[in-house]
Design a protein around this ligand. Sequence first.
Ligand SMILES: *Cc1c(COP(=O)(O)O)cnc(C)c1O
Length: 364
Amino acid sequence: MRVPFADFNPMHKMIETDIIDKFAEVYKKNQFIAGKECEAFEMEFAKYCGAKYCVGCGNGLDAIYLILKAYDIGEGDEVIVPSNTFIATALAVSYTGATPVFVEPTLEYYNIDVNRIEEKITSKTKAIIAVHLYGQPADMGEINKIAVKYRLKVIEDAAQAHGALYDGHRTGSLGDAAAFSMYPGKNLGALGDGGAVVTNDEELAEKVRHLGNYGSDYKYHHIYKGNNSRLDELQAAFLRIKLSNLDVWNDDRRRIASRYLDSMNNANIVLPQLKENTEHVFHIFAIRSKRRDELEAYLKENGIECNKHYPIPIHRQQAYKDLKFEQGALPIAEEISATQLSLPMYYGMTDEQIQKVIDVVNMF
Ligand SMILES: *Cc1c(COP(=O)(O)O)cnc(C)c1O
């Protein structure tokens, strides 16, 4: 038996007729941008997150970028980002002309270490981007306290955490504004690229909408040098169907994670830790091992497909060589990159598949 890293089929089987009917409906309406489906998805997703506004956009990277631009962050400014995240978090900052300032995560939860944020704040710091890495919310209470003290904006990068809870509140409602990705592999994924900004800040929501539509407030009237980043009507229609199933799919991810956590027992691996007062949605089930590469090869030989998130930390990527970070500069991010492994995790994994992953990991 082979166990893939991810498999869309169980999810897609469940919604196939709804998706095809919806495609036919939108196709016949001939409105493909900024129609009723997009409007409805924005209302439904804002409500789901417990926030007032949602603005669809092209992808998760744009969602972060548009929030930063709307807060007038750019050249000469600094934005705090965790040192271990997907590169998009840092790229969004760089695209505005601002500089990403990396803060190390903790090795327990993999999210930004709130005790190391203040030492990186300068007179140029404008915002903190809190990434809810792997699906577990960052320490938002502490992050918001620091932000109030230094008058910084708090932006959630919630690309991996649709539906996750912090103190009973959903991601998307935990800072000043939140960026979501609806890349197909995310917990709430479109059938192509998609993204959204969620916020309670009406002015920000409006500005993000204008910035993502050529800086236009009404047709052929341009108040900003904006770009084009909108959520397609078809993708919005598909996302509405998927959103109505998100809790079921996230529950299933948690079921799989509990089985892994209860039954994996191998001194060579470190299992993820659940943080109090949060509900993890397990976008990724991340383990660590000093013998990571050997473990990955062993799992592969036994038909289990894994992944690494992420094999090269951002500060060691060629794209960021201008920041001149040496090997060893951010040791925790480097340690995670060298030891982290993501195990199979997707809605509809069978009991046999879950058991196989557990058995093979325990035999290593
Ligand atoms: C996927 C992801 C993004 C980027 O989203 P795209 O839709 O692929 O642009 C940003 N941040 C994190 C943490 C992500 O996982």
